[in-house]
Design a protein around this ligand. Structure first.
Ligand SMILES: NC(=O)c1ccc[n+]([C@@H]2O[C@H](COP(=O)([O-])OP(=O)(O)OC[C@H]3O[C@@H](n4cnc5c(N)ncnc54)[C@H](O)[C@@H]3O)[C@@H](O)[C@H]2O)c1
Ligand SMILES: O=C(O)C(=O)C[C@]1(C(=O)O)C=C[C@@H](O)C=C1
Length: 306
């Protein structure tokens, strides 16, 4: 694949930035990639593992002459990072981000960018519970969605160039508006993370009664929760504080449903429980049939298995 951007600058060398670097290298999509990290430790690690063609200790130096700048920092600091780099951007370059929340990031970053710079917010729907420069890998975005959230009147060529980059990194790209994005992600990602954090917290609170049995007899369902609940605390604090309204809306609905299920258990209303679980099972099966769960094991899908 031909080079899409001659010079790319990655700000914040963690899971997503490092995965983008390896994916861009795999596809030959960028000529030169510079990376900025605040801490000397992260810069040393990046140099040791060959992450970025150039590792810088200043944002100004990192973004100099860059055709594409990617903000890969927690959503709560997108604005302060944008303020620091705004005066050093190449005229006509594209600035994008990978933040998990979009409306708040657009409000933080948009007003700070000079005229003529194309701002195209983005969100790859791919990640792990790991963070930092060593956690990235080239395949992270393969066959995952990347949502572009362009603000109105964004230059169409700039959008299609960024589309091509994500496409070259293996993602399936779609466009969405920011409010819709934040509501959808509150359902599919943000509320589920909060529920996982809570469930693991409850198990920890019960530690005195259950001793170490929670860990010893950890069943698959709880293990999945602990993986999610091991996700980066800074990232997730910022997600909830910046996607407050949508998350609270979904948690309100979640609580109502939970109360209804709790009531059904107390009243011995097996039909309610059975109907509910039948409906949710169909949703899971729909996801697998649509080929949207690349991690799903094949067993249980033999013909005739209900
Ligand atoms: N982890 C995921 O599953 C996932 C998936 C999709 C999108 N995202 C989004 O991508 C962004 C990065 O997440 P990540 O998983 O790569 O996190 P990460 O913790 O692995 O990396 C973030 C990096 O940003 C640095 N940083 C923090 N504050 C900074 C500042 N003020 N200036 C410069 N650098 C700063 C941190 O030191 C860290 O190295 C976040 O906005 C997150 O919401 C994460
Ligand atoms: O698989 C995981 O570890 C993730 O939580 C990744 C996940 C998600 O919820 O799917 C987390 C946050 C992102 O903004 C996008 C992807």
């Amino acid at each position: 694949m031909p080079v899409i951007y001659e010079k790319v600058a990655l700000i914040g060398l963690g899971l997503i930035a490092s995965s983008m670097f390896w994916a861009m290298k795999r596809g030959g999509l960028a000529g030169h990639v510079s990376g900025f990290a605040r801490s000397a430790d992260t810069r040393d690690t990046a140099r040791e593992i060959g992450l970025c063609d150039e590792v810088c200790d200043s944002i100004a130096k990192t973004v100099k002459d860059a055709d594409l700048v990617v903000l890969c920092v927690p959503v709560g600091v997108m604005g302060s990072v944008a303020a620091e780099m705004a005066g050093y951007l190449k005229p006509g370059c594209t600035v994008t981000d990978v933040g998990s929340v979009k409306a708040d990031v657009i409000a933080q970053v948009g007003p700070l960018l000079p005229e003529g710079v194309h701002f195209i917010p983005a969100h790859p729907l791919a990640g792990t519970e790991h963070s930092g420069p060593r956690s990235g890998f080239a395949e992270l975005f393969d066959n995952r969605w990347c949502l572009l959230v362009p603000v109105p009147d964004t230059n169409a060529n700039a959008i299609s160039r960024l589309r091509n980059l994500w496409d070259g990194m293996g993602a399936n790209v779609e466009e969405m508006d920011a409010e819709h994005h934040d509501l959808v992600l509150a359902v599919t990602s943000h509320a589920p993370h909060l529920i996982a954090y809570t469930m693991v917290g409850v198990a920890d609170d019960l530690r005195r009664v259950t001793d170490s049995e929670v860990i010893k007899y950890s069943a698959a369902g709880f293990r999945d929760f602990t993986r999610i609940a091991a996700s980066d605390p800074t990232m997730w604090r910022d997600v909830f504080l910046t996607n407050k309204d949508a998350t609270l809306e979904i948690l309100g609905r979640f609580t109502e449903e939970l109360f209804a299920l709790q009531r059904a258990i107390r009243m011995g209303d097996g039909d309610h429980l059975h109907d509910y679980f039948t409906r949710t099972r169909a949703i899971r099966r729909g996801i697998i049939e649509a080929g949207q769960d690349t991690d799903a094991p094949n067993f249980g899908r033999q013909p005739g298995n209900k």
